[in-house]
Design a protein around this ligand. Sequence first.
Ligand code: MF3
Ligand code: CO
Length: 249
Amino acid sequence: MVILKSLQEIEKIRKAGLVVADVLREIRQLVRPGISTLALDEFAEQFIRAAGAKPAFKGYRGYPRTVCTSVNEQVIHGIPSKDIVLKAGDLLSIDVGALVDGFYGDAAVTVPVGAVRPEAERLTRVTEEALALGIAEAKPGNRLFDISSAIQRHVEKNGFSVVREFVGHGIGRSLHEDPQVPNFGERGRGPRIQSGMVLAIEPMVNAGGSRTVVQEDQWTAVTADGSLSAHFEHTIAVLDDGPKVLTIR
Ligand code: MF3
Ligand code: CO
C-alpha cells in the first residue's frame, strides 16, 4: 500500500534528508587513501547523533553499522570494517539513512578515492545522470516506470547495465515502503505517480553484466562478473508542480 504524505510530513522527511545530505557532504571530505571504511562509519554515526537524529540502518534487519560502504565490484550494502582500507583508484559508494522525529531520509553517493580510471569516472557520471533523469520523471500524472525507463535508457545507451535484484522504494515512517522503484521498466507502465508520494530513487549501475551475488556476510552485494559498480540515491517528494529533492541542502 502506497502511503501518501501531507506537506507537514514531507517537511519532516526533509529534516531527516538534510541530516543525510550533511553527513554525505562531510564524509566525502574524509575519503582518501589510507582511511578505513570503519573510520568513515564512526564519523557518520557521531555526526548523525550530534544532529539529534538516529542512524536508520544500524539494527535494521540486523545490519551492524550506520552507513554502507561498497568498494569497486561491491554494489551495495558493503559493511564498514577496520580491515577495509581505501587505496588510490578505488571507487567508493556511501549510503546513509537518518531518522528524525519519526521519519526517514535515505541517500547515497559514489566518490573516487584519489585518481581513478577514466572508465570509473564515466560510470560514476552516468549513474548520477541516470538518477537525475529518473527524478525528472517523478511528477503527478506520469507512471512509476517512466522513472525506471529513463534510468535504464541512459545507462544502457552508455554501455553499462542496471542492477535488477535491488530497487528503490517508498519512504516515510518506515525506511522501506511501497512502491518498489525498479531501475528498469517500460515507459507508460506502473502505478500512476501522485502528489504526496515520497520515493528513494537509487540506480545501481554495473560496468559489466547486471547480475549480482550476495556474499557470505549476508549483506554485501557484488557484481557476478567482478566488474565495477556505482550507486547514487536521493529521497524525493512528488509535489503538484513536480519532484522536490529532500536530500540536498
Ligand atoms: N539505501 C539502502 C536501501 O534502501 C540502504 C539499506 S541498508 C540497511 O536498502 F541496512 F538498512 F538495509
Ligand atoms: Co534506499
